[in-house]
Design a protein around this ligand. Structure first.
Ligand SMILES: C[S@@+](CC[C@H](N)C(=O)[O-])C[C@H]1O[C@@H](n2cnc3c(N)ncnc32)[C@H](O)[C@@H]1O
Length: 320
């Protein structure tokens, strides 16, 4: 089995933020082909990595790639939003750091049978792991307004309504089952030219992928649960590739790094909330020009990180 290509994004920056030289158990919550995990494991013999991925194929590649680290690498097939249950099963209460490199890997994008790319003919599948509805199922069954919402919200697509209408009209004649069929409907609805630099169907494909895999719904739960498992001084770092994803990461981190939440009109604090996390990055870290040249797929990446300061929020004082 050849190792498919996937260039890990912001690799040096991830290692610098997570400080594997301190040792301990790290969680790579989206281990993919294991590039980031490999860098963490290679940095210190004192590091162990729990690598989670919902895609069994990706996990099989990571397992092979990281074989030389023996039992310092622990693969887990599952979803990152179930991180608390995965750690529970492994008997781990706290970890030294967590990484999530969201989205899809190049291996998934480039395999036509997975249906992520409009560049090659394939089934309109787009599921990252087995089970659940495919993208073709959503295209066949969602109401026009739901399709339009997905394209507008997740794809920031100006012609969302027009595209949704074209899909509903087209599926009355024949089901839309392949990537190229779907792309053709999108292109004919928008009238956009094919030879533009960014393919006119890019945003709509991304939106459909996000909806198929419930990528945004599950992110907040993952972030809160990952933070709750960090040891003192441990960090969580997240690489997002979509503005909505990045907004969820930013808002969650700011909320966790905020102390008193009483309205400014209160003369004194009554919530007794202490700050439990500190922002490690005030602004997102982005790929350098060199990285962008070498790996254009890194262009939308934004990395943010937080660090645990205190163990628990104090219990609010009882009402009098
Ligand atoms: C960008 S790739 C990770 C690449 C990896 N950092 C590397 O260097 O090789 C993202 C991975 O996250 C996985 N993934 C996406 N959503 C997930 C979820 N909710 N739970 C677990 N894995 C997920 C995908 O299957 C994919 O393999």
């Amino acid at each position: 089995m050849d190792r498919p290509e996937h260039v890990s994004v912001l690799l040096r920056e991830v290692v610098a933020i997570l400080r594997p030289e301190l040792g301990g158990v790290y969680v790579d919550a989206t281990v993919g082909l294991g590039g980031h995990a490999e860098a963490l494991l290679a940095a210190s013999d004192e590091v162990r990595v729990v690598g989670i991925d919902r895609d069994p194929e990706a996990l099989a590649h990571a397992r092979r790639r990281l074989e030389r680290f023996g039992d310092r690498f622990v693969p887990v097939e599952g979803r990152h939003e179930e991180i608390a249950a995965h750690l529970e099963r492994l008997g781990l209460r706290e970890v030294a750091g967590v990484l999530a490199d969201l989205g899809v890997s190049s291996m998934q994008l480039d395999d036509p049978s997975r249906g992520f790319s409009f560049r090659r003919e394939g089934p309109l599948d787009m599921r990252m792991g087995g089970g659940g509805e495919t993208a073709a199922d959503l295209v066949a069954t969602l109401e026009e307004y739901e399709l339009a919402r997905i394209f507008r919200e997740y794809g920031e697509e100006r012609m969302a309504g027009r595209i949704a209408r074209a899909i509903v009209t087209s599926r009355r004649t024949a089901p839309i089952l392949t990537t190229t069929q779907f792309r053709d409907v999108v292109i004919s609805a928008t009238g956009r030219r094919r030879e533009e630099k960014i393919d006119p169907a890019t945003r709509v494909f991304q939106a459909l992928r996000i909806a198929t895999n419930r990528e945004l719904e599950d992110l907040e739960r993952f972030l809160d649960d990952a933070i709750s498992r960090l040891a003192l001084g441990a960090r969580l770092t997240v690489l997002a590739y979509h503005s909505l994803e990045d907004r969820i990461v930013k808002q969650t981190f700011v909320r966790q790094a905020t102390s008193c939440t009483c309205p400014p009109s209160f003369p004194a604090c009554v919530c007794s909330r202490r700050r439990v996390m500190a922002l490690v990055t005030r602004r997102p870290i982005r790929p350098s020009l060199t990285e962008l040249r070498e790996n254009p797929r890194s262009r939308s990446a934004r990395m943010r990180a937080v660090e645990r300061l205190e163990k628990d929020l104090p219990t609010p004082s009882p009402e009098r």
